[in-house]
Write a protein that binds this ligand. Structure first.
Ligand code: FMN
Length: 353
């Protein structure tokens, strides 16, 4: 496969479909119920328009930024997604190598198929650790201290999973990961049970999430705490009250509550609610460089991609993920030059039509 002949990240989806087990592909692709939110995440971006400024004397642009303490060359990070070995035997380690090459931040999932230490070993760029709570808090405590020791720069608590979404497509294509694709951070008995991926998450999520968990985490670790899955101004205000260091506006890629709005459509209200006190990021539906500019214009400091890099990983391992990042970077640079901005900080609401 000549990756240089792929010019849009969408094209990787069909390559991944061909490369993957149909059940695993359905797990990756699917959303909840009618997949309205899944489609809307992408459709919403298509409704925004940019206002180009011309004759700005630009020959190059700077795509660099910071996310909390992490310096990145791209404002496009890799969202946490479970069990990368379903896509490729090199799994999360391949993703880490590609992210490092592009100076992109990777969030490693609790349910990674390599251990968090193995991914840290493969990484050269910044890493954050995504947390699902365990009913047994000592298991969570252990994971957090391991993440700290391995050099992860923040804990990303996923808050939008009171229970796994009603994922019709996944149920229809019932899929149990093969034994070699288990959640590597857990030893047998803790989490390495072989059920469908949603069941796995349900079993380990534990006894219901409440805001007290954020306070509990705050006591437990000095690492910054990022809350992933905030979709309203009300919850953004509560997140501030409970000491969150940053937020990710996200509807879990349309996999949780179907009929949630597109994440890009609620970014504005969340940004307004936090009044610049903490950083706000966004994921869901990012498929091209101009999507990044729209999110930036609406106040997201950075964005994260989920499925696009999984498709790249399934199609061609680390090289496929690298090509996805390469395309997005090239499109972003092109978009910045044609929008008339030399740096991401110059992108404002004035750039939205
Ligand atoms: C196959 C798959 C697995 C995911 N696993 C997790 C996970 O373990 N933890 C989590 O916080 N989010 C998980 N997500 C959600 C992503 O982090 C992210 O919110 C979403 O994929 C962004 O939307 P996009 O796929 O349109 O880019 C998963 C998403 C997919 C597609």
């Amino acid at each position: 496969m000549d990756l240089e002949q792929i010019f849009a990240v969408d094209e990787f989806e069909e390559l991944a479909r061909a490369a993957m087990d149909p059940g695993a592909f359905a797990y990756y692709y699917g959303g909840a119920e009618q997949e309205i939110t899944l489609r809307e995440n992408i459709a919403a971006f298509d409704r925004y328009r940019l206002r180009p400024r011309v004759l700005r004397g630009l020959s190059e642009v700077d795509t660099g930024s910071t996310l909390l303490d992490a310096e990145v060359s791209l404002p496009i990070g890799l969202a946490p997604t479970a069990l990368h070995k379903l896509a490729h035997p090199d799994g999360e380690c391949a993703v880490a190598r590609a992210a490092g090459k592009y100076g992109a931040l990777q969030i490693v999932a609790t349910y990674s198929s390599y251990t968090l230490e193995e991914v840290a070993e493969a990484a050269s760029g910044p890493l954050w650790f995504q947390l699902y709570m365990n009913a047994d808090r000592s298991i969570t405590e252990d994971l957090i201290s391991r993440a700290g020791e391995a050099g992860y720069g923040a804990i990303v608590l996923t808050v939008d999973l009171a229970t796994p979404g009603y994922r019709t497509r996944e149920y229809r294509n019932w899929f149990v990961p093969p034994p070699e694709v288990g959640p590597a951070n857990f030893t047998v008995g803790e989490g390495a049970i072989h059920s469908s991926v949603s069941e796995l998450v349900a079993n380990l999520t534990g006894d219901g999430y409440s805001w007290s968990i954020v306070e509990w985490l705050r006591e437990l670790t000095e690492l910054p705490i990022v809350l992933k899955g905030i979709m309203t101004a009300e919850d953004a205000a509560l997140a501030l009250e409970h000491g969150a260091d940053a937020l990710i506006v996200s509807n879990h890629g349309g996999r949780q509550l179907d009929r949630s709005p597109a994440s890009i459509d609620v970014l504005g209200e969340v940004v307004e609610a936090v009044e610049g006190q903490i950083e706000v990021y966004l994921d869901g539906g990012i498929r091209r460089g101009t999507d990044v500019l729209i999110a930036r214009a609406l106040g997201a400091r950075a964005v994260f991609i989920g499925r696009p890099y999984l498709w790249g990983l399934a199609a061609a391992g680390a090289d496929g993920v690298a090509r996805v990042l390469d395309i997005l970077q090239t499109q972003l640079v092109n978009g910045m030059l044609n929008l008339g901005v030399a740096s991401l900080d110059e992108v404002t609401r004035e750039h939205l039509a």
